[in-house]
Design a protein around this ligand. Structure first.
Ligand code: SF4
Ligand code: FES
Length: 482
């Protein structure tokens, strides 16, 4: 491995490593706008300039790579980089001044305020003064379809969004039009971002708040939000996401890139805009038995008196839930899996399976058999199984599967449904228990690629609503003798 020196600190890196990455691995922040690890390098913003010994001009660290060590002297220092020279400081201040020439001072109403790279770098590397006496260029904001709004006054022309639509999502809806001070990012005539199922990512990519999400625009100041690491339930892989929440309400889902995993930089719009369904409104649901509010003791008694119990677990819940639910079955052979939603594959690199049941593997590993509900129906109809416990989310079952589950509940002597909100299927069960949503509990899944992914509790569940493991433990418990 070649040796390089950064600000007089020696380190060994693989040949071909970007100087910017090498600096960051030493904890040295290199300001940058156009660079993004998942996009092609263009070196247009000039913010990442560094001093390299022996080179007459400053170099862009986002495109300069570490050369291999000479064969005859493998221990030689192949490159000396300085990020703290007066020339670098001057360059950064100069670039900031140019970038701010036309940028409006609308931070108080800008959605990006608080997570804006222009604000951060201006504060850290800018000059603090403006010599701009001329009138700034002005555009009105524009809708790029129903999901995305562009405010071109704020754009610094880093082209991350344009490269995303060309290199990642492939639709090429965005382009750079005009030249010089009239340069603007826009859509090709007649195109909008609506046809792009990954459009929301351009909002995350935009470092300065020029591209905003219609559903988040002017809704929340980001410094009030708390971010909790979680996963998306609406993908085959359980994409890592941040749940940004405040006041026990989720305000947005954002991708949570994992180190070294390029495919975790982006999420689909289906995943991104799924958050409202995890916000509760109205009163907390109550446990019911035969349609009337009931105590846990009454439900437990009815379940324990019913006879042999089979469980049906939908593979969209966590592994801990699967394990505890499985304990309710009279025997290991009576654990059945459900859930048959599919998600069309749009970007194969980012979605390796069309199966919309993200924890199918985790449930299978805990003895749940998928595709065997017909077999269970036969056992219920023959009287071999008397009671059925169903862990369910209606959004992940097709009409056909819902009908089959309905038949199962109808044929059993006793049925118990565990759901976040009561579905028609849940209401048809003999008993019903309210469970915490995935945003209200911590658990983990094993995705289709065999990766274990954890998620953490972001919201507080209403009083009386419990996690599946807690309900299962209480349903198994033997009531204390009076
Ligand atoms: S809209 Fe944002 S991401 Fe696109 S070029 Fe402008 S600053 Fe960059
Ligand atoms: S980040 Fe290197 S030139 Fe933009």
């Amino acid at each position: 491995m070649p040796t390089i020196k950064i600000n007089d600190v020696e380190m060994s890196v693989n040949p071909g490593t970007l100087v910017l990455d090498a600096c960051r691995s030493l904890g040295i922040d290199i300001p940058h706008y156009c660079y993004h690890p998942a996009l092609s390098p263009v070196a247009t913003c000039r913010m990442c300039l560094v001093d390299i010994k022996g080179q007459p001009k400053l170099a862009t660290s986002c495109t300069t790579t570490v050369p291999p060590a000479p064969k005859d002297n493998p221990n030689a220092v192949v490159m000396e980089v300085f990020t703290n020279t007066p020339a670098v400081a001057d360059a950064r201040a100069g670039v900031m001044e140019f970038l701010l020439i036309n940028h409006p001072l609308d931070c108080p109403i800008c959605d990006q305020a608080g997570e804006c790279k222009l604000q951060d770098y201006s504060y850290a590397y800018g000059s603090g003064d403006s010599r701009m006496a001329e009138v700034k260029r002005r555009y009105r904001y524009e809708d790029l379809g129903a999901k995305i709004v562009i405010d071109k006054n704020r754009c610094i022309h880093c082209t991350r969004c344009v490269r995303f639509t060309r290199e990642i999502s492939g639709g090429g809806e965005l382009t750079v039009a005009n030249r010089g001070s009239r340069l603007e990012v826009t859509t090709f005539t007649g195109k909008s971002m609506d046809q792009n199922p990954y459009a929301g990512n351009v909002v995350d990519l935009c470092p300065v708040g020029a591209l905003t999400s219609r559903d988040f625009r002017f809704r929340k100041r980001v410094w009030y939000l708390k971010s909790v690491p979680s996963i998306s339930r609406h993908s085959a892989l359980g994409s890592p996401i941040w749940i940004d929440h405040e006041g026990n309400q989720i305000h947005r889902f954002r991708p949570r890139p994992l180190p070294g995993k390029e495919t975790t930089h982006f999420i689909s719009d289906e995943e991104r805009y799924a958050y409202p369904r995890y916000n509760r409104s109205g009163k907390a649901p109550l446990p019911t038995l035969k349609g009337a509010p009931a105590s846990l003791d009454a439900i437990r008694e009815a379940l324990q008196a019913a006879g042999p119990v089979a469980v049906i677990g939908q593979g969209t819940f966590g592994c801990d839930a699967a394990q505890r639910l499985g304990d309710l079955a009279t025997s290991e052979g009576l654990r059945y899996g459900s859930g048959d939603k599919t998600i069309p594959i749009v970007l194969p690199k980012y979605q390796t399976s069309a199966d919309g049941i993200l924890n199918r593997r985790g449930f299978s590993e805990r003895g749940f058999r998928f595709g065997a509900l017909e077999e269970l129906l036969g056992k219920v109809q023959s009287g071999e199984v008397k009671a059925v416990v169903l862990l369910h989310d209606a959004a992940f079952s097709s009409v056909r599967e819902s009908e089959l589950l309905g038949q199962l509940l109808g044929a059993s002597t006793f049925s118990l449904a565990l759901e976040v909100e009561a579905s028609p299927l849940g209401r048809a069960a003999t008993a019903w228990l309210p469970i915490a949503s995935f945003a209200e509990e911590s658990d983990f899944i094993v995705n289709h690629d065999g990766e274990l992914r954890r998620y953490q509790k972001a919201l507080q569940a209403p009083k009386g609503v419990r996690t599946v493991p807690t309900w299962a433990k209480d349903l198994i418990a033997v009531p204390a003798a009076v």
